[in-house]
Design a protein around this ligand. Structure first.
Ligand code: AMP
Length: 375
């Protein structure tokens, strides 16, 4: 089976690594000639809105999928006419605008943080009055990994104006700043027949809006059943095929609020490569190929740490018990996800200790590289 993937980043790379042992071959579409997934594989190097390139990309594929969301509707419509696209356009359409996404989550029965649409500086003053004095202003489009977000905790006119300017005066959403105990994610896979399987819930630690670490399975989530039911309701509402990740806040009172979802394999599911019976990447491929889905049970406990902006020395990372390194082959740049490391153990305490040790190694490298840049 020949599978086409829109985007050739690390998610595409890990899809290929999971699919090649199953006999699948891959073709990627990416504007970057050095895209990680494209090395040694078929790569159509072109912009996502290049109609002629879409035709070349689709030629001879059995199924197409994507590894990131910011693909325009024209590309998707063209591609969908040429080859089965899974997940379908509906899953992506809901991700092009945070307001559309929030309303859709609500229509599927999920609770979301209080929010209001903001289209002008005047709207912002009104929105603050309804949403609350601690809030986050987010651009409706093209935001990811904390980009396009401004925290608001000062309500004077000058501060609100500065926040509005910082978003580039783009249409925004003002969201209540949720006081959460933990951030969680449910990663699930939905097959062609509509049946869902989900992996154990993971706890995510973010810094600066970027995921740093996931520990799974999380323990002691009172609303775990609801979290899984929400993810399934969302996948059914989208008629989604493949993997989907739902990011949630567990409020300090134990109740849940949905933050956002990703209609694709997700960073918070990377631990499933070593930490579960079937990885998110393999199950995504099984789903879009119409094959039986694999078991999503965990193999013990897992911690996954992202390598952001720096790659610590391999020897240092391997000193951490059970560490398995995944480097994506990308040039180092601040804030860029360059790889991740996963450690798995039967003992949760071991895994928590491995997470702390990995964090220390990553932190030391970050400090060294900052010193290097200054000197
Ligand atoms: P997002 O790009 O919306 O996923 O936001 C990135 C990160 O910013 C989240 O994982 C949270 O750590 C934080 N964040 C976003 N929205 C909120 C919110 N309404 N309340 C509290 N923290 C938030």
């Amino acid at each position: 089976m020949r599978i086409g993937v829109l985007g050739g980043g690390q998610l595409g790379l890990m899809l290929a690594e999971a699919g090649e042992p199953l006999g699948f071959s891959f073709r990627f579409l990416d504007p970057n000639p050095d895209a990680p997934a494209g090395r040694g594989r078929e790569l159509v190097c072109a912009a996502f809105d290049d109609a002629e390139a879409i035709d070349r990309f689709a030629d001879g594929l059995d199924v197409a999928t994507f590894e990131f969301e910011n693909v325009g509707p024209e590309t998707l419509a063209r591609l969908e006419r040429l080859v089965p696209l899974r997940p379908g356009v509906r899953s992506l359409e809901m991700k092009h605008d945070r307001l559309v996404e929030k309303r859709f989550l609500q229509s599927c029965g999920l609770e979301v943080p209080r929010y209001a649409a903001v289209d002008s500086e005047d709207d912002l003053a009104t929105a603050v009055a309804t949403v609350g004095s601690s809030s986050i202003l987010k651009t409706r489009r093209f935001g990811y990994d904390g980009k396009g977000q401004v925290r608001i905790d000062r309500l004077d006119e000058a501060s609100l104006r500065a926040a509005w300017e910082e978003t580039g005066r783009a249409p925004c959403l003002l969201e209540e700043l949720v006081e959460f105990r933990r951030e969680l994610s449910v990663v699930l896979v939905r097959g062609l027949d509509g049946k869902c399987r989900n992996w154990p819930i993971g706890e995510n630690l973010h810094r600066g809006g970027i995921l740093r670490r996931t520990v799974a399975p999380v323990e002691g989530v009172a609303a775990a059943t609801e979290a899984r039911a929400w993810a399934e309701a969302l996948a059914n509402g989208l008629d989604h095929v493949g993997v989907l990740a739902l990011e949630l806040f567990e409020r300090t009172d134990g109740s849940l609020a949905a933050n956002e979802f990703a209609p694709r394999v997700h960073n918070s599911g990377h631990w499933t490569i070593e930490g579960s019976q079937t990885s998110q990447f393999e199950n995504h491929l099984r789903a879009i190929a119409g094959l039986p889905l694999g078991c999503t049970e965990a193999i013990g406990h897992a911690v996954m740490a992202n390598l952001i902006g720096v790659c610590p020395p391999t020897a240092r990372m391997l000193e951490v018990a059970g560490a398995r390194i995944h480097l994506y082959g990308k040039a180092a740049r601040p804030g860029r996800k360059l790889g991740h490391v996963t450690a798995v153990s039967a003992d949760r305490e071991d895994v928590l200790a491995a997470g702390v040790a990995l964090e220390a190694v990553i932190e030391a490298s970050t400090t060294m590289s900052a010193v290097g840049e200054r000197s």
